[in-house]
Design a protein around this ligand. Structure first.
Ligand SMILES: CCCCC/C=C\CCC/C=C/CC(=O)SCCNC(=O)CCNC(=O)[C@H](O)C(C)(C)COP(=O)(O)OP(=O)(O)OC[C@H]1O[C@@H](n2cnc3c(N)ncnc32)[C@H](O)[C@@H]1OP(=O)(O)O
Length: 280
Protein backbone atom coordinates (compact mmCIF):
# COMPACT_ATOMS: atom_id res chain seq x y z
CA UNK A 1 0.00 0.00 0.00
CA UNK A 2 1.49 3.28 -1.00
CA UNK A 3 1.62 5.75 1.85
CA UNK A 4 0.86 9.25 0.61
CA UNK A 5 3.45 10.93 2.76
CA UNK A 6 6.98 11.19 1.44
CA UNK A 7 6.90 8.13 -0.76
CA UNK A 8 9.19 8.31 -3.71
CA UNK A 9 7.80 6.91 -6.90
CA UNK A 10 9.72 6.25 -10.06
CA UNK A 11 8.09 8.67 -12.47
CA UNK A 12 9.74 8.88 -15.86
CA UNK A 13 12.38 6.22 -16.39
CA UNK A 14 15.17 6.48 -13.86
CA UNK A 15 16.10 10.12 -14.33
CA UNK A 16 13.46 11.77 -12.20
CA UNK A 17 11.45 10.93 -9.14
CA UNK A 18 7.94 12.07 -8.41
CA UNK A 19 7.91 12.91 -4.74
CA UNK A 20 4.51 11.88 -3.52
CA UNK A 21 2.98 14.28 -1.06
CA UNK A 22 -0.33 14.49 0.71
CA UNK A 23 -1.17 17.30 -1.68
CA UNK A 24 -3.22 17.12 -4.84
CA UNK A 25 -2.96 20.45 -6.61
CA UNK A 26 0.83 20.50 -6.86
CA UNK A 27 3.42 17.88 -7.75
CA UNK A 28 7.12 17.79 -6.99
CA UNK A 29 9.50 15.98 -9.30
CA UNK A 30 13.21 15.77 -8.57
CA UNK A 31 15.66 15.27 -11.41
CA UNK A 32 18.09 12.56 -10.32
CA UNK A 33 20.96 13.95 -12.37
CA UNK A 34 20.71 17.62 -11.41
CA UNK A 35 19.04 17.30 -8.01
CA UNK A 36 16.71 20.14 -9.01
CA UNK A 37 13.03 19.93 -8.01
CA UNK A 38 10.23 21.02 -10.33
CA UNK A 39 7.12 22.18 -8.51
CA UNK A 40 4.10 22.07 -10.82
CA UNK A 41 0.80 23.80 -10.10
CA UNK A 42 -2.10 21.72 -11.34
CA UNK A 43 -5.45 23.26 -10.59
CA UNK A 44 -7.43 23.31 -13.86
CA UNK A 45 -8.27 25.34 -15.78
CA UNK A 46 -6.07 28.33 -14.83
CA UNK A 47 -4.33 27.57 -11.50
CA UNK A 48 -6.43 30.18 -9.74
CA UNK A 49 -5.13 30.30 -6.21
CA UNK A 50 -7.73 29.00 -3.78
CA UNK A 51 -6.82 28.14 -0.19
CA UNK A 52 -6.11 24.51 -1.10
CA UNK A 53 -3.63 25.42 -3.87
CA UNK A 54 -1.93 27.92 -1.54
CA UNK A 55 -1.62 25.25 1.18
CA UNK A 56 -0.34 22.68 -1.31
CA UNK A 57 2.27 25.15 -2.60
CA UNK A 58 3.52 25.69 0.96
CA UNK A 59 3.69 21.93 1.60
CA UNK A 60 5.63 21.39 -1.63
CA UNK A 61 8.09 24.21 -0.91
CA UNK A 62 8.76 22.70 2.55
CA UNK A 63 9.17 19.27 1.01
CA UNK A 64 11.73 20.59 -1.49
CA UNK A 65 13.62 22.42 1.27
CA UNK A 66 13.71 19.23 3.36
CA UNK A 67 14.66 16.77 0.62
CA UNK A 68 18.02 18.45 -0.06
CA UNK A 69 17.13 19.50 -3.60
CA UNK A 70 19.63 21.86 -5.22
CA UNK A 71 16.98 24.28 -6.38
CA UNK A 72 13.32 24.82 -7.17
CA UNK A 73 11.65 25.46 -10.51
CA UNK A 74 8.04 26.63 -10.35
CA UNK A 75 5.80 25.94 -13.33
CA UNK A 76 2.26 25.07 -14.41
CA UNK A 77 0.67 21.89 -15.75
CA UNK A 78 -1.51 23.92 -18.13
CA UNK A 79 -0.72 24.89 -21.68
CA UNK A 80 -1.53 28.60 -21.61
CA UNK A 81 -1.74 29.80 -18.00
CA UNK A 82 0.99 29.86 -15.35
CA UNK A 83 -1.48 31.11 -12.73
CA UNK A 84 -4.51 33.43 -12.94
CA UNK A 85 -3.82 34.78 -9.45
CA UNK A 86 -6.20 34.55 -6.54
CA UNK A 87 -9.39 32.59 -7.09
CA UNK A 88 -11.92 35.39 -7.35
CA UNK A 89 -14.82 32.94 -6.95
CA UNK A 90 -13.48 32.05 -3.50
CA UNK A 91 -13.42 35.72 -2.48
CA UNK A 92 -16.89 36.55 -3.78
CA UNK A 93 -19.97 36.39 -1.54
CA UNK A 94 -18.07 34.84 1.32
CA UNK A 95 -17.48 35.63 4.99
CA UNK A 96 -14.70 37.72 6.47
CA UNK A 97 -13.06 34.68 8.11
CA UNK A 98 -12.64 33.02 4.71
CA UNK A 99 -11.13 36.21 3.30
CA UNK A 100 -8.70 36.30 6.22
CA UNK A 101 -7.71 32.70 5.49
CA UNK A 102 -7.21 33.38 1.76
CA UNK A 103 -4.93 36.33 2.46
CA UNK A 104 -3.02 34.62 5.28
CA UNK A 105 -2.24 31.65 3.02
CA UNK A 106 -1.21 33.94 0.14
CA UNK A 107 1.17 35.68 2.55
CA UNK A 108 2.46 32.29 3.73
CA UNK A 109 3.21 31.10 0.19
CA UNK A 110 4.91 34.35 -0.72
CA UNK A 111 7.18 34.35 2.31
CA UNK A 112 8.00 30.64 1.83
CA UNK A 113 9.05 31.25 -1.79
CA UNK A 114 10.57 34.73 -1.45
CA UNK A 115 12.39 33.81 1.76
CA UNK A 116 13.83 30.40 0.86
CA UNK A 117 17.60 30.21 0.68
CA UNK A 118 17.33 27.69 -2.19
CA UNK A 119 17.92 28.93 -5.74
CA UNK A 120 14.49 29.48 -7.34
CA UNK A 121 13.33 30.03 -10.91
CA UNK A 122 9.95 30.29 -12.62
CA UNK A 123 9.25 28.58 -15.95
CA UNK A 124 6.33 30.80 -16.95
CA UNK A 125 4.55 28.73 -19.56
CA UNK A 126 1.47 30.93 -19.87
CA UNK A 127 -0.28 34.05 -18.58
CA UNK A 128 0.77 35.28 -15.14
CA UNK A 129 -1.50 38.10 -13.95
CA UNK A 130 -1.64 39.41 -10.35
CA UNK A 131 -0.97 36.53 -7.92
CA UNK A 132 0.65 34.62 -10.83
CA UNK A 133 3.12 37.46 -11.29
CA UNK A 134 3.59 37.55 -7.50
CA UNK A 135 4.79 33.92 -7.48
CA UNK A 136 7.02 34.41 -10.53
CA UNK A 137 8.67 37.53 -9.09
CA UNK A 138 9.24 35.84 -5.73
CA UNK A 139 11.68 33.60 -7.64
CA UNK A 140 15.22 34.69 -8.52
CA UNK A 141 14.96 34.03 -12.27
CA UNK A 142 12.18 33.94 -14.83
CA UNK A 143 11.93 32.29 -18.24
CA UNK A 144 8.70 32.87 -20.18
CA UNK A 145 7.05 31.45 -23.31
CA UNK A 146 6.18 33.97 -26.05
CA UNK A 147 2.86 35.76 -26.55
CA UNK A 148 1.57 35.65 -23.00
CA UNK A 149 0.92 38.40 -20.45
CA UNK A 150 2.48 39.07 -17.06
CA UNK A 151 2.01 41.89 -14.57
CA UNK A 152 0.32 43.27 -11.49
CA UNK A 153 -3.04 44.52 -12.77
CA UNK A 154 -4.50 45.46 -9.36
CA UNK A 155 -4.74 49.20 -10.13
CA UNK A 156 -6.86 48.36 -13.20
CA UNK A 157 -9.25 46.53 -10.89
CA UNK A 158 -9.41 49.54 -8.56
CA UNK A 159 -7.43 47.73 -5.87
CA UNK A 160 -4.24 48.76 -4.11
CA UNK A 161 -1.76 45.92 -3.74
CA UNK A 162 0.26 46.11 -0.50
CA UNK A 163 3.97 46.84 -0.60
CA UNK A 164 5.11 43.26 0.08
CA UNK A 165 3.03 42.03 -2.86
CA UNK A 166 4.84 44.50 -5.11
CA UNK A 167 8.29 43.91 -3.67
CA UNK A 168 9.41 41.07 -5.96
CA UNK A 169 8.29 43.22 -8.88
CA UNK A 170 10.09 46.31 -7.60
CA UNK A 171 13.22 44.20 -6.97
CA UNK A 172 13.60 43.35 -10.63
CA UNK A 173 12.48 46.51 -12.42
CA UNK A 174 14.01 49.97 -12.31
CA UNK A 175 12.01 52.10 -9.85
CA UNK A 176 10.61 54.40 -12.52
CA UNK A 177 9.44 51.53 -14.73
CA UNK A 178 7.92 49.71 -11.73
CA UNK A 179 6.07 52.81 -10.53
CA UNK A 180 4.58 53.46 -13.94
CA UNK A 181 3.60 49.82 -14.49
CA UNK A 182 2.00 49.51 -11.04
CA UNK A 183 0.07 52.77 -11.28
CA UNK A 184 -1.19 51.73 -14.72
CA UNK A 185 -1.91 48.14 -13.68
CA UNK A 186 0.07 47.26 -16.80
CA UNK A 187 0.17 43.77 -18.23
CA UNK A 188 3.41 43.18 -20.17
CA UNK A 189 3.64 40.90 -23.18
CA UNK A 190 6.45 38.37 -22.95
CA UNK A 191 8.59 40.50 -25.27
CA UNK A 192 7.91 43.71 -23.29
CA UNK A 193 8.63 41.89 -20.03
CA UNK A 194 11.93 40.66 -21.43
CA UNK A 195 12.93 44.13 -22.66
CA UNK A 196 12.03 45.70 -19.30
CA UNK A 197 13.90 43.00 -17.29
CA UNK A 198 10.78 41.52 -15.72
CA UNK A 199 11.70 38.18 -17.30
CA UNK A 200 15.26 37.07 -17.90
CA UNK A 201 14.87 34.83 -20.94
CA UNK A 202 12.28 33.75 -23.49
CA UNK A 203 11.86 30.06 -24.36
CA UNK A 204 9.82 28.59 -27.18
CA UNK A 205 8.45 25.66 -25.16
CA UNK A 206 7.84 24.68 -21.55
CA UNK A 207 10.64 22.10 -21.77
CA UNK A 208 13.07 24.76 -22.96
CA UNK A 209 11.91 27.11 -20.19
CA UNK A 210 12.54 24.41 -17.57
CA UNK A 211 15.98 23.68 -19.09
CA UNK A 212 16.91 27.37 -18.96
CA UNK A 213 15.75 27.58 -15.35
CA UNK A 214 17.85 24.49 -14.56
CA UNK A 215 20.87 26.12 -16.23
CA UNK A 216 20.39 29.21 -14.02
CA UNK A 217 20.24 27.04 -10.90
CA UNK A 218 23.23 25.03 -12.20
CA UNK A 219 25.25 28.28 -12.40
CA UNK A 220 25.57 28.10 -8.60
CA UNK A 221 27.14 24.63 -8.68
CA UNK A 222 30.54 25.90 -7.61
CA UNK A 223 29.26 28.39 -5.04
CA UNK A 224 29.08 27.47 -1.36
CA UNK A 225 25.31 26.95 -0.77
CA UNK A 226 25.35 28.50 2.70
CA UNK A 227 27.16 31.62 1.48
CA UNK A 228 24.85 31.83 -1.53
CA UNK A 229 21.68 31.45 0.53
CA UNK A 230 22.70 33.96 3.19
CA UNK A 231 23.75 36.48 0.56
CA UNK A 232 20.36 36.12 -1.15
CA UNK A 233 18.54 36.60 2.15
CA UNK A 234 20.56 39.71 2.97
CA UNK A 235 19.25 41.24 -0.24
CA UNK A 236 15.68 40.33 0.73
CA UNK A 237 15.93 41.04 4.47
CA UNK A 238 14.53 44.59 4.37
CA UNK A 239 11.39 43.54 2.48
CA UNK A 240 10.94 40.52 4.74
CA UNK A 241 11.32 42.61 7.93
CA UNK A 242 8.83 45.20 6.65
CA UNK A 243 6.40 42.43 5.79
CA UNK A 244 6.73 40.74 9.21
CA UNK A 245 5.93 44.07 10.91
CA UNK A 246 2.66 44.55 9.06
CA UNK A 247 1.47 41.02 8.26
CA UNK A 248 -1.33 40.91 10.88
CA UNK A 249 -2.62 44.35 9.99
CA UNK A 250 -2.36 43.48 6.32
CA UNK A 251 -4.73 40.52 6.80
CA UNK A 252 -7.23 42.76 8.59
CA UNK A 253 -6.92 45.46 5.90
CA UNK A 254 -7.41 42.95 3.10
CA UNK A 255 -10.45 41.34 4.76
CA UNK A 256 -12.03 44.77 5.30
CA UNK A 257 -11.32 45.86 1.71
CA UNK A 258 -12.35 42.64 0.00
CA UNK A 259 -15.58 42.31 2.02
CA UNK A 260 -16.65 45.91 1.35
CA UNK A 261 -19.74 46.27 -0.85
CA UNK A 262 -17.76 48.32 -3.39
CA UNK A 263 -15.06 45.67 -3.91
CA UNK A 264 -17.61 42.84 -3.84
CA UNK A 265 -19.46 44.64 -6.62
CA UNK A 266 -16.23 44.95 -8.65
CA UNK A 267 -15.60 41.23 -8.16
CA UNK A 268 -19.15 40.34 -9.24
CA UNK A 269 -18.84 42.37 -12.44
CA UNK A 270 -15.37 41.00 -13.10
CA UNK A 271 -16.57 37.41 -12.70
CA UNK A 272 -19.53 38.06 -15.01
CA UNK A 273 -17.12 39.40 -17.64
CA UNK A 274 -14.85 36.37 -17.26
CA UNK A 275 -17.83 34.00 -17.66
CA UNK A 276 -19.23 35.90 -20.64
CA UNK A 277 -15.81 35.93 -22.29
CA UNK A 278 -16.01 32.11 -22.40
CA UNK A 279 -19.39 32.30 -24.23
CA UNK A 280 -18.14 34.63 -27.01
C1 LIG B 1 -11.43 41.47 -9.38
C2 LIG B 1 -11.40 41.98 -8.02
C3 LIG B 1 -10.46 41.22 -7.11
C4 LIG B 1 -10.59 41.84 -5.75
C5 LIG B 1 -9.61 41.28 -4.78
C6 LIG B 1 -9.55 42.14 -3.64
C7 LIG B 1 -8.39 42.55 -3.13
C8 LIG B 1 -7.12 42.03 -3.72
C9 LIG B 1 -5.91 42.83 -3.37
C10 LIG B 1 -4.85 42.69 -4.43
C11 LIG B 1 -4.48 41.29 -4.73
C12 LIG B 1 -4.76 40.69 -5.89
C13 LIG B 1 -4.25 39.36 -6.18
C14 LIG B 1 -5.01 38.61 -7.26
O1 LIG B 1 -4.45 37.69 -7.74
S1 LIG B 1 -6.60 39.06 -7.74
C15 LIG B 1 -6.91 38.00 -9.19
C16 LIG B 1 -6.61 38.75 -10.45
N1 LIG B 1 -6.60 37.84 -11.59
C17 LIG B 1 -6.96 38.24 -12.79
O2 LIG B 1 -7.31 39.39 -12.99
C18 LIG B 1 -6.91 37.20 -13.91
C19 LIG B 1 -8.26 36.94 -14.48
N2 LIG B 1 -8.20 35.93 -15.55
C20 LIG B 1 -7.74 36.20 -16.79
O3 LIG B 1 -7.32 37.28 -17.11
C21 LIG B 1 -7.79 35.06 -17.77
O4 LIG B 1 -8.65 34.07 -17.28
C22 LIG B 1 -6.41 34.42 -18.05
C23 LIG B 1 -5.68 34.02 -16.79
C24 LIG B 1 -5.55 35.39 -18.89
C25 LIG B 1 -6.62 33.11 -18.90
O5 LIG B 1 -7.37 33.40 -20.05
P1 LIG B 1 -8.04 32.21 -20.87
O6 LIG B 1 -7.08 31.13 -21.09
O7 LIG B 1 -8.70 32.84 -22.05
O8 LIG B 1 -9.13 31.60 -19.88
P2 LIG B 1 -10.55 32.22 -19.46
O9 LIG B 1 -10.46 33.66 -19.20
O10 LIG B 1 -11.58 31.75 -20.43
O11 LIG B 1 -10.77 31.50 -18.05
C26 LIG B 1 -11.00 30.08 -17.97
C27 LIG B 1 -11.86 29.82 -16.74
O12 LIG B 1 -11.11 30.21 -15.57
C28 LIG B 1 -11.88 31.16 -14.80
N3 LIG B 1 -10.95 32.11 -14.17
C29 LIG B 1 -10.03 32.86 -14.77
N4 LIG B 1 -9.35 33.60 -13.89
C30 LIG B 1 -9.86 33.30 -12.68
C31 LIG B 1 -9.58 33.73 -11.35
N5 LIG B 1 -8.59 34.61 -11.07
N6 LIG B 1 -10.29 33.23 -10.34
C32 LIG B 1 -11.27 32.29 -10.58
N7 LIG B 1 -11.59 31.84 -11.83
C33 LIG B 1 -10.88 32.35 -12.85
C34 LIG B 1 -12.80 31.81 -15.81
O13 LIG B 1 -13.92 32.35 -15.19
C35 LIG B 1 -13.13 30.64 -16.72
O14 LIG B 1 -14.12 29.88 -16.08
P3 LIG B 1 -15.28 29.16 -16.92
O15 LIG B 1 -14.57 28.22 -17.84
O16 LIG B 1 -16.11 28.48 -15.88
O17 LIG B 1 -16.02 30.25 -17.64
Amino acid sequence: MLHSNLLRLVARGSSSRLMSTATKLTTVEVNDETGIATLTMNRPPVNSQNVQLLLDLQASISEIENNKSRGLILTSAHSNVFSAGLDIFEMYNTDVERLRTVWTELQNVWIALYGTSLPTAAAINGHAPAGGCLLATACEYRVMRPNFLIGLNEAQLGIIAPKWLMSGFTNVLPKRVAERALTQGRMFTTQEAFEAGLVDEIASSKEEAVEKCAAFIGSFAKVNPLARGLTKLQFRADNIKEFEKIREKDVADFAALASSPEVQKVMGTYLENLKNKGKK
